[in-house]
Ligand binder design. Structure first.
Ligand code: AMP
Length: 213
């Protein structure tokens, strides 16, 4: 299965990606996670990415495209992959189409998560991420057993800089202007499936699997 997840920030793509990747036994490739990993390791790529991410802007295509192209050469992608957070504009979608054409590995599906803006803002502003394992929780809707501590690994929970309210508005604008057009792009290609991202995590997971069958 070669799959892309598309949807606004806060739609729960990352959470669903983990379920789907395990269900289809394919690697979960999140460009946001790769950037955050590099920021943590204070690499050159991390420093560059941080300057864009902190403002809610996209990291330049020249950097992101090559990073994804390289990731898709890893042997674990032989039986498929799940891309989470890429492509994020038409140029990236075109670039990916060329890479996959060269590799002879066309996409099977693009799964869109749909969600209203008001709900997105509530979710993002309360989201917390574990410094240790990257698991996410929410201060209101998915509270950890002990405040500030990750249920999964005991790590410290923090708020992503780009989940601060002043940055969220820009991320939503960037999504509407740059990323939303790829939905039509894949609709025209006949591989788009859309599901509602509202409800319990397990219900959304069931919807996602049903849409991909
Ligand atoms: P995410 O974790 O997917 O919400 O991504 C967090 C941030 O990483 C985004 O707001 C962008 O700044 C950057 N980013 C992630 N994926 C991409 C991409 N495909 N193109 C450009 N920037 C990206």
């Amino acid at each position: 299965m070669r799959l892309i997840l598309v949807g606004p920030p806060g739609a729960g793509k990352g959470t669903q990606a983990v379920h789907l990747a395990s269900n289809f036994s394919i690697p979960h490739i999140s460009t946001g996670d790769i950037f955050r990993f590099n920021i943590k390791g204070e690499t050159e790529l991390g420093l560059l990415a941080k300057s864009y991410m902190d403002k809610g802007n996209l990291v330049p295509d020249s950097v992101t495209n090559d990073m994804v192209k390289d990731r898709l050469t890893h042997p674990d992608t032989k039986n498929g992959f799940l891309l989470d957070g890429y492509p994020r504009n038409i140029e990236q979608a075109d670039f990916l189409a060329n890479v996959l054409k060269e590799n002879g590995t066309p996409l099977d599906a693009v799964l869109e998560f749909s969600l209203e803006n008001a709900e997105i803002i509530k979710r993002l502003a309360g989201r917390r991420v574990c410094r240790g394992c990257g698991a996410t929780s929410h201060v209101e809707f998915d509270k950890p057993k002990v405040s500030g501590i990750c249920d999964a690994c005991g790590g410290e929970l923090y708020q992503r800089d780009d989940d601060k309210e002043e940055v969220i508005a820009n991320r939503l604008a960037v999504y509407a202007e740059q990323t939303a057009p790829i939905i039509n792009y894949y609709k025209q290609a006949g591989i788009l499936k859309t599901i509602s991202a509202v409800g319990e995590v397990s219900d959304i997971a069931a919807r996602a699997i049903a849409a991909l069958k």
